[in-house]
Design a protein around this ligand. Structure first.
Ligand SMILES: Cc1cc2nc3c(=O)[nH]c(=O)nc-3n(C[C@H](O)[C@H](O)[C@H](O)COP(=O)(O)OP(=O)(O)OC[C@H]3O[C@@H](n4cnc5c(N)ncnc54)[C@H](O)[C@@H]3O)c2cc1C
Length: 764
């Protein structure tokens, strides 16, 4: 039985069930780890089905199908493939449906995706296969699937308890407005409804009541599955709700805000909040089994806690027992002291890292069960490496792990190694690494809004102006922003505002800054701007970094030579371009040649290096807290930089696609994309060992900015640059002149003065 609708029908009318949503990870290592995680969650949590997201416009088509295959075929989970229908090659819809059939997938969540662009915006110029000719709304896809595939697929459709935000985001959201179209989707053949995430129980209650009582009668018995997203961190909560236009009721927001700087506390409060919402929804009368859909963000812990707390995990059946016989058995021991209470005893043994309290656990090879003799109750803090989501490459030996008690050692930390995702700045090995909505690279605003915000640039100075306005706080987002910032806020956070002047200097050079942070030499964790983690219990540090697009010529003849002259002890850096060329301080220091992979393709060599070499990177933000290992929430490494580089260049394409094909802006953006390099530079100094508040500390903290701005007197020049033309090369920086004579491999520099005579000396 593979159709969701049949599986629901087979449940007792008063049963509860749930589904879990996953997105295709950005990196190879993320995929490897997601597979382990999925396997564990499948056995431990037993969802009725799982869903796999689809990048709008088909951007993740291959990866989505690969993940769906793993879920359906390898893990034998009933799988539902999300499928959008707009702004892509029409053939992709057919291919996805055919491929789903081949894989044994019988469930499709039929979605529209982004608003369809009209013909003139079809960049590929493939008018015949433009999906927008066939599909304008999700209902068209529902009809199409029914027409071509009859009843083969069980079809789900999306609904919005707080109203769809509309395509211009200017009209107020109102679920009543969307209602006729939802009726159409159901009449066209939808079997179930899955909703946008919501934290507003009252809004959800009203929405479901409205549907059930609708005069058409089409919603009387159809399964309506509310979408819920566990709260992973304050930032994710606020960003995700902005992106999905969901309201956070004040009584919920205030509870999260109270602990917002402490991710661990936020997670605990989040589990309470979600559990209350689930319990509230359980009280709403339902004509059949009551389902819940969880947007997991590819993470495991929070959703496991909620499912456990709300008693949503179905009981073990004989079959399940059979399946699990040969596996490690994890014991659910919720209480921190390791004593099982009656409820927990009733809850089944299961293979999982979960625990009804979000605490760290020690990783062990094989779990002990409570009946075994154990010194103290420490078994409750143990989990297998597999269960903990530790990358399979390197499982820690038991002898080491047992030295660490109560999950606070380095291995205890690994048990929760990706528990606090940080978007693209987190650990690239985590399945959760990267974007948070899993819908692929996007501008995060509609084309109409994008054109209103960014106009019609046709020169670099037009783009300079956009970035200048953004960094000055006049423009809340640029195309590469993560989205979610309210328009009226200016979008720049307080931390970035501390380096506004420095960023503006770079922008004035034509280097468009996408991300950055200042150096911080150990401030208290409750610092109003830089603080994070448990307040008053530690200190936080940062290395300065900046990531920007710059003209290819600037990169090749100025930035790269400059950074090489300083060496990797001063600056670590990564750079890539639209063609997929990649260079870094690490690769050049070790003589590794530039690799051309073609953006987004990822050669076998890359995948190998991703899986086997994660040394080319570093933590740029870290915190030292009482009783804890050093925490490193922001990491920059080759793998993550490459994955982001691929996405960042796709965003150039997303941007140009909002302008008519062949228009001056479209052509300019295309040419610019092909020319610019994306560069990320990390300053190694942050003031360590200097007197707090001293001029020396300040000098170190500002080093990166001064060097990039050309304001720093360079150290003695080493032979560094390579001028392929073999001609004399002159680089001007402010008042300073550098002359590079390739055969002599020597630079001559002067603040002003008579260079010619010096040069003649050298040449003779
Ligand atoms: C559960 C869920 C999963 C999702 N998964 C993905 C995903 O994997 N990938 C992805 O890219 N996006 C995903 N989305 C986002 C979705 O693609 C967007 O929200 C999109 O803007 C709308 O999709 P839809 O299927 O609801 O569209 P539709 O049902 O077509 O509705 C879109 C808008 O058009 C209006 N409308 C519908 N029909 C008509 C009509 N005949 N005339 C006039 N107006 C009409 C609706 O009121 C609504 O405002 C998901 C959303 C949800 C809720």
């Amino acid at each position: 039985m593979e159709k969701i609708i049949d599986k629901i029908a087979a449940l007792p009318p008063d049963a509860h069930y749930f589904s879990l949503e996953f997105f295709p990870p950005k990196t190879q290592m993320g995929s490897v780890n997601l597979q382990a995680r999925l396997e564990r969650m499948a056995r431990a949590l037993r969802p009725l089905f799982v869903t796999v997201t689809w990048g709008a416009g088909g951007t993740t088509a291959t990866k989505s199908l690969e993940l769906a295959e793993i879920c359906q075929r390898q893990l034998q989970l009933t799988t539902c493939l999300h499928l959008t229908c707009t702004n892509m090659n029409r053939k992709l819809v057919d291919e996805a449906l055919e491929e789903a059939k081949v894989l044994g997938i019988r469930n499709i969540l039929a979605l529209r995706g982004d608003p369809p662009r009209s013909e003139e915006y079809n960049i590929d110029g493939d008018d015949e296969n433009d999906s927008n000719k066939e599909f304008t709304y999700a209902v068209d896809l529902v009809r199409y699937i029914r027409r071509v595939h009859g009843d083969y697929f069980c079809i789900g459709v999306a609904a919005y308890p707080e109203g769809h935000p509309g395509d211009s985001y200017t009209e107020p959201q109102d679920p009543v407005k969307d209602l006729p179209y939802l009726v159409e989707k159901v009449k066209a053949g939808a079997d179930f409804i899955m909703t946008q995430l919501t934290y507003d129980l009252e809004a959800y209650r009203k929405f479901e009541e409205m549907l059930r009582n609708h005069e058409s009668g089409v919603f009387k018995t159809i399964p309506i599955i509310p979408g819920l997203m566990p709260i992973q961190s304050y930032n994710i909560l606020t960003r995700v709700t902005k992106l999905s236009h969901a309201n956070i009721p004040p009584h919920i927001l205030s509870r999260v805000e109270e602990v917002k700087s402490d991710d661990e506390k936020v997670k605990q409060v989040g589990v309470d909040i979600l559990s209350e919402i689930v319990d509230g929804i359980k009280d709403i009368p339902c004509p059949g089994p009551r389902g819940f859909h969880f947007y997991t963000l590819n993470l495991e812990k929070s959703v496991s806690f909620v499912l456990e707390r709300c008693d949503l995990i179905p009981p073990m059946t004989e079959d399940n027992d059979e399946l699990d016989r040969d596996r490690d058995i994890a014991v659910i021991a919720a209480a921190q002291n390791g004593v099982l209470d009656e409820n927990q005893k009733r809850s089944r043994r299961r293979a999982s890292s979960i625990n009804s309290q979000p605490y760290n656990r020690v990783i062990v090879d094989k779990l002990r069960v409570p009946s075994e003799k154990s010194s103290g109750g420490s078994f409750s803090y143990e989990t297998t490496a597999l269960s903990a989501g530790v990358p399979a490459m390197n499982p820690p030996p038991r002898s080491t792990t047992l030295q660490i008690s109560e999950g606070v050692g380095s291995l205890g930390r690994e048990a929760t190694w990706d528990d606090f995702p940080n978007g693209r700045w987190g650990d690239a090995r985590s399945p959760a690494f990267g974007e948070i909505d899993g819908y692929g690279p996007s501008l995060h605003v509609s084309a109409t809004v994008a054109r209103r915000l960014w106009g019609y640039p046709t020169s670099r100075s037009d783009i300079n102006t956009l970035f200048r306005r953004h960094v000055s706080g006049e423009l809340h987002i640029v195309p590469w922003s993560e989205g979610g910032a309210p328009e009226e806020t200016g979008g720049l956070n307080a931390e970035t505002a501390t380096i506004r002047t420095e960023l503006l200097k770079l922008i004035d050079k034509g280097w468009w800054t996408l991300a950055s942070q200042p150096a911080v030499n150990g401030v208290r964790s409750d610092h109003p701007i830089f603080g994070w983690g448990p307040p008053g219990e530690g200190f936080v540090f940062q290395k300065a970094f900046v990531e920007f697009f710059c003209p290819g010529e600037d990169y090749q003849s100025y930035i790269k030579p400059l950074l090489q002259r300083y060496g990797e002890d001063e600056f670590a850096w990564f750079a890539t371009n639209a063609a997929g060329d990649f260079e870094s301080s690490f690769s050049l220091a070790t003589g590794t040649t530039t690799t051309t992979t073609g953006a987004g393709t990822g050669s076998a060599a890359d995948e190998f290096s991703e899986l086997h070499d994660n040394s080319r990177g570093m933590a740029v933000t870290w915190g030292v807290f009482r009783g804890k290992e050093i925490t490193t929430p922001t990491i920059i490494e080759e793998v993550s930089f490459r994955a982001w580089g691929d996405e960042a260049y796709r965003i150039w394409d997303e941007w140009r696609r909002i302008y008519p094909r062949g228009s001056p802006t479209e052509r300019f953006l295309d040419a610019t994309k092909k020319d610019v390099w994306l560069v990320c530079v990390i300053g190694q100094r942050y003031g360590a060992g200097t007197e707090p508040g001293s001029a020396e500390e300040d000098r170190e903290a500002k080093m990166l900015w001064r060097v990039l701005a050309g304001e720093e007197q360079e150290p003695d020049y080493d032979p560094i640059d390579h001028d392929d033309t073999g001609t004399l090369k002159k680089i001007e920086r402010g008042m300073e002149w550098n002359l590079y004579y390739p055969e002599m491999k020597y630079y001559v520099c002067s603040e002003s003065g008579p260079l010619t005579s010096l040069l003649n000396d050298f040449m003779n």
